[in-house]
Design a protein around this ligand. Structure first.
Ligand code: F6P
Length: 324
């Protein structure tokens, strides 16, 4: 392997820049050539490449988003699209690539490898923390800290006005952001896609907390929760069934995906970038770099994309006890 390409793909996450920097600098350290691919797989198809050296990634470790831009690319899902991408990589004498992204990006990488035997390594970058085989994905720590900070502020005003707030957080398929930030911010209830406890339980819990003397409450709702109601419908439902509450809604949205990465995410990204280039140099392919018990591991991509990481049952119990 002489020349490695790096790209970011799918939804961006804070810390992706630290991972790009790490891949580029590791290549420089190992005297390998490095090429950046812009706009994810779309840029791969179009040959949107740039030669990188150690200085090309100055002053990006602290930046949110991705300097390489990102995209969700439909064309790469087709055989013709992947063929075009392969031709571009060959034309530029690229021997392998590192893709920083989530499930969809890894699925594309694996298909590409199966078709062309092209070496690929994945680095998990998504705020959702839903990739099997790694305890943390790059961006998750920053996202939950962003959510906790926002909820602390919401709590101030909720408590001044004795209000109940429904706060919607990201997580289409998984509730890791909701559960972790919910425990960290002291939420009353946390509604996640992994468990539907029903609306009765929500009403009971809210009744109980009013009775016990709580004046304000925060309920966190993951985007993909299974109550069948969105946050605005939940507000109406509670207003109708529990008129004792003055209810407001706050949708945190994409602020959760931005911002300067935490130290944890920067360190994780730096470590994963080194491991990814090392793996390629050792002739490995079709692995994702993961972290378990503070140690880096290589997880077959096939396994990483086979399911979402299960929700932490122990943390659910902690959350239940904390709302007593
Ligand atoms: O996968 C990351 C994520 O932030 C999800 O939590 C969220 O549902 C989705 O991306 C939003 O994606 P988009 O970029 O299409 O708004």
């Amino acid at each position: 392997i002489k020349k490695i390409a790096v790209l970011t793909s799918g939804g961006d996450s804070p810390g992706m820049n630290a991972a790009i920097r790490s891949v580029v600098r590791t290549c420089a350290y190992m005297e390998l050539e490095c090429v950046a691919i812009y706009r994810g797989y779309q840029g791969m198809i179009e040959g949107d490449f740039k030669e990188m050296d150690a200085r090309s990634v100055n002053n990006i470790i602290n930046k949110g988003g991705t300097v390489l831009k990102s995209a969700r690319c439909e064309e790469f899902r087709t055989k013709e699209g992947r063929q075009k991408a392969y031709e571009q990589l060959r034309k530029h004498n690229i021997d392998a690539f590192v893709v920083i992204g989530g499930n969809g990006s890894f699925t594309g990488a694996l298909l590409f490898n199966k078709e062309f035997g092209f070496p690929v390594i994945g680095i998990p970058g998504t705020i959702d923390n839903d990739i099997l085989g790694t305890s943390y994905t790059i961006g998750f720590d920053t996202a939950i800290n962003t959510v906790v900070e926002a909820i602390d502020k919401i709590r101030d005003t909720a408590s001044s006005h004795n209000r109940l707030f429904f706060v919607e957080v990201m997580g289409r398929d998984v509730g890791h952001i909701a559960l972790n930030a919910g425990v960290g911010a002291g939420a009353e209830e946390i509604l996640i896609p992994e468990q539907n406890l029903g609306l009765e339980r929500l009403l009971d819990s809210l009744k109980r907390s009013k009775k016990s003397g709580k004046s304000s409450s925060i309920v966190i709702v993951a985007e993909g929760d299974k109550t069948g109601k969105n946050v605005f419908e939940l507000k109406e439902y509670v207003e109708e069934h529990l008129p004792i509450y003055d209810v407001r809604v706050s949708v945190l949205g994409h602020i959760q995906r931005g911002g300067s990465p935490t130290c944890f995410d920067r360190v994780l990204a730096s470590r994963m970038g080194v491991k990814a280039v090392e793996a390629l140099r050792q002739g490995k392919s079709n692995y994702m770099v993961g972290i378990r018990d503070t140690k880096l591991v290589l997880v077959p991509i096939e396994e990483a994309i086979s399911a979402h990481t299960a929700i932490d049952e122990e943390l659910i119990r902690v959350s239940d006890i904390m709302t007593t």
